[in-house]
Design a binder for this molecule. Structure first.
Ligand SMILES: Cc1ncc(COP(=O)(O)O)c(C=O)c1O
Length: 395
């Protein structure tokens, strides 16, 4: 097809650097090699049985039609209850829109708030949709850095210095992909003060909120004084309940914004699948320890991997407080993160993602997902040790 026939904005969307690694890993598997997959941000657990059962029963009961565009009323109520009970917010069902995965929610919110040439503050490194979608919309992403030496907490002075009269919003992600950091309450209070002072919208991605390991408590910025009226709280079911393939997430925001976003959501997807919404309702209402058990296993893997990595001479990592990613510092090896990733994959069949995929500040790091079996993490760390030794010897 003639490329010129496509809209100019398509050129502003970069292909996924994560998929590139994943595709090469799958190619190696087709050649008969055993690959250790640490590249994908996808829980390796099956979806808990009570959730699957709810979906099957829902289909059998005839939940096979469109739902309200905003989402199933009972689910919206359950989401509002969850946000009020667990997160200290004050939402009602009118504040909730159910999206097709949080990815759709992110796209809808950014489309709804960004005019061309508006500036939006995003972290660097960042989950790449937050860089790509503003660019796609002709807006200007402005990065604030998350540095290892600051525990990947933003520097509030840097943020203040980057605010101009064009700054419309700030995006925060806590727990964070790819660094695994959890924003401290102190930093969140500082961010809230900045947002109020400069009249900024806050887009708070909390999709990893359940995956925290005890070092820091998850705090929703919308629960802080004066914040709910300027915040989009984004969350979903993919990570906590291991439901990445079900495609269901949600946006919580002031009712007039939800009404506006719904106009876009109607054009885009109409609604999330009816029986998937019933399954999401069950996920919230019938949970009895399933998520906690997965979190305990992530924690066991994290503790093992962090210790093993820090015992390898030449690489190191901070202990992530949330999500299921380790951000591995490979600077001492003196090679680009892309080079190290290719080396690990081709010679040792370890698949990780170059930190540079997540922005310039990610250079010198690799993202390792520990949403992979304990045994594969043990073997992966052994191979990593051998690979790092070899890279050091080659210097
Ligand atoms: C920070 C962050 N937000 C949102 C999403 C999207 O999740 P989903 O569309 O599966 O609900 C992801 C997925 O990796 C993520 O890492």
């Amino acid at each position: 097809m003639n490329k010129d026939k496509l809209a100019d904005r398509m050129g502003r969307l970069a292909p996924s650097g994560i998929r590139k690694i994943n595709e090469r890993a799958l190619e190696l598997e087709r050649q008969g090699k055993k690959v250790f997959h640490f590249e994908i941000g996808r829980p390796d657990f099956d979806t808990p049985g009570y959730i699957k059962k709810a979906a099957v029963e829902s289909i059998q009961h005839g939940d096979v039609f469109y739902t309200s565009n905003f989402g199933d009323l009972e689910l919206r109520r359950a989401i509002a209850e969850k946000l009020n009970r667990d997160n200290g917010c004050h939402y009602s069902f009118q504040n909730i829109l159910v999206s097709v995965g949080l990815s759709e929610g992110v796209f809808d919110v950014l489309c709804a708030v960004l005019n061309e040439s508006d500036e939006i503050l995003i972290s660097d490194p960042v989950w790449i949709n937050y860089l790509n979608i503003p660019k796609f919309l002709g807006a200007v992403p402005v990065s604030y850095q998350l540095k290892e030496e600051n525990g990947y907490q933003p520097d509030l002075n840097e943020i203040r210095a980057k605010i101009t009269d064009k700054t419309k919003a700030i995006i925060i992600t806590t727990p964070h992909n790819p660094t695994g950091s959890v924003l401290s309450e102190e930093v969140l209070r500082g961010l809230a003060e900045i947002a109020i002072q400069h009249d900024l919208l806050v887009i708070s991605d909390e999709i990893y909120e359940r995956l925290v390991y005890g070092e820091k408590k998850h705090v929703s910025i919308a629960s802080l004084p004066g914040m709910q009226e300027r915040t989009f709280t984004l969350n979903g079911f993919s990570k906590a309940y291991s439901m990445t393939g079900w495609r269901v997430g949600y946006i919580a925001a002031p009712e007039e914004w939800i009404t506006a976003i719904n106009k876009l959501h109607q054009q885009n997807t109409t609604c999330a699948a009816s029986f998937v919404q019933k399954a999401a309702l069950a996920a919230l209402r019938q949970e009895s320890g399933e998520v906690d058990r997965m979190v305990a296993e992530y924690r066991r893997r994290r503790d093992y991997a962090v210790k093993a990595i820090n015992e390898i001479e030449g690489v190191s990592c901070a202990c992530p407080e949330g999500a299921f990613y380790i951000f591995l510092n490979v600077r001492e090896l003196g090679k680009s993160s892309e080079f190290v990733c290719e080396y690990l994959l081709e010679k040792y069949q370890i698949a990780m993602v170059p930190g540079s995929v997540f922005g310039a500040s990610g250079e010198g790091y690799l993202r390792m997902s520990y949403a992979s079996s304990f045994e594969s993490i043990v073997e992966g760390c052994t191979r990593l040790k051998a690979a790092v030794q070899e890279l050091r010897d080659e210097r």
